[in-house]
Design a protein around this ligand. Structure first.
Ligand SMILES: [Zn+2]
Length: 294
């Protein structure tokens, strides 16, 4: 089952996260009927979202990761809470690209293209925290590494991977984030770098049956790792008829009136999970009366 493992090492000078996200990525693929390269991109960003969500402390904290690019996929958005619930969607789910010539891997960077990565954290304060960086490789893991260094001044290593089956279902997915806290010793950094060299690819390790805890054990070998907790994580959308109604009311009186004048029920689709909501003309009229009183 999908889960996130949190750990610290070297007397809290290192904090680390690893996640198994195969089911989440497959659920996202089914919801969006996405092509392999889009599923890989979405799975990587969902995995990062799950782990970065686990970094937040407040019960109601919400993290959004938004990538915009000039490639055929155009971008993707992932939202996570601090309890392991993650949702996300690609702008263009059906992009097909040949594999990269260099290593025959899915060309996530090519599908996203050049662009920006935006991280929005709603921590219940007056204003949300927003950090934005230019994409470095558009392969997502390197872009997040760059984001952590630039926007949060936290030296980090991020590994993310999605492996597909021949029938285009998800074979394995997961990742890790290792971060250096202030006053970390050079010897610790050297050891960590040596350990990282031994990790070829996170998907290969998961495919071999290694667990997130195993992967953290390899990353933090010789550094006195302590596992803090293990929490389940899911692809889960929190859309509801009430949220759809709110969104309709927010379009304003004129827009609602023109929908009513059309005389037909309307269909609203949730971007994150593609669930469809039918709103009847009668319901639209009720919403109009609510819009007029607000
Ligand atoms: Zn939804």
């Amino acid at each position: 089952m999908d889960h996130i493992v949190r750990a610290v090492a070297d007397n809290d000078h290192i904090r680390a996260f690893a996640a198994l996200t195969k089911d989440m990525t497959e659920d996202a693929r089914i919801a969006h009927n996405s092509s392999p390269v889009v599923t890989a991109a979405l799975g990587r960003l969902l995995t990062a979202g799950a782990m970065m969500g686990a970094m937040m402390k407040g019960d109601d904290d919400i993290l959004t990761l938004q990538i915009k690019g000039n490639g055929a996929m155009q971008g993707l958005t992932v939202t996570a809470d601090s309890h392991g619930n993650v949702k996300g969607y690609p702008i263009e789910p059906l992009v097909l690209l040949p594999p990269r010539e260099s290593d025959h891997k899915l060309d996530v960077g090519g599908a996203i293209g050049r662009g920006t990565l935006r991280v929005i954290k709603d921590l219940g304060l007056k204003e949300p925290y927003v950090g934005e960086v230019d994409l470095v490789t558009s392969e997502i893991a390197e872009d997040l590494t760059y984001y952590f260094a630039q926007s949060e001044q936290i030296p980090s290593t991020v590994g993310l991977g999605v492996l597909m089956n021949k029938d285009n279902t998800v074979r394995s997915a997961g990742g890790f984030i290792v971060q250096l806290m202030p006053d970390v010793k050079d010897a610790t950094i050297d050891r960590l770098e040596d350990n990282l060299k031994k990790i070829s690819s996170v998907t290969d390790l998961l495919d071999q049956g290694r667990t997130p805890t195993d992967i953290l054990g390899m990353l933090l070998e010789g550094l006195d790792m302590q596992v803090l907790d293990e929490t389940p994580t899911f692809f889960k959308c929190d859309c509801s008829p009430q949220k759809i109604e709110k969104a309709l009311i927010a379009t304003g009186r004129a827009e609602l009136q023109s929908m009513i004048d059309e005389g037909r029920e309307i269909e609203m689709e949730c971007s994150f999970c593609r669930k469809k909501y039918i709103v009847s003309v009668e319901e639209l009229k009720k919403l109009l009366s609510r819009a007029s009183t607000s």
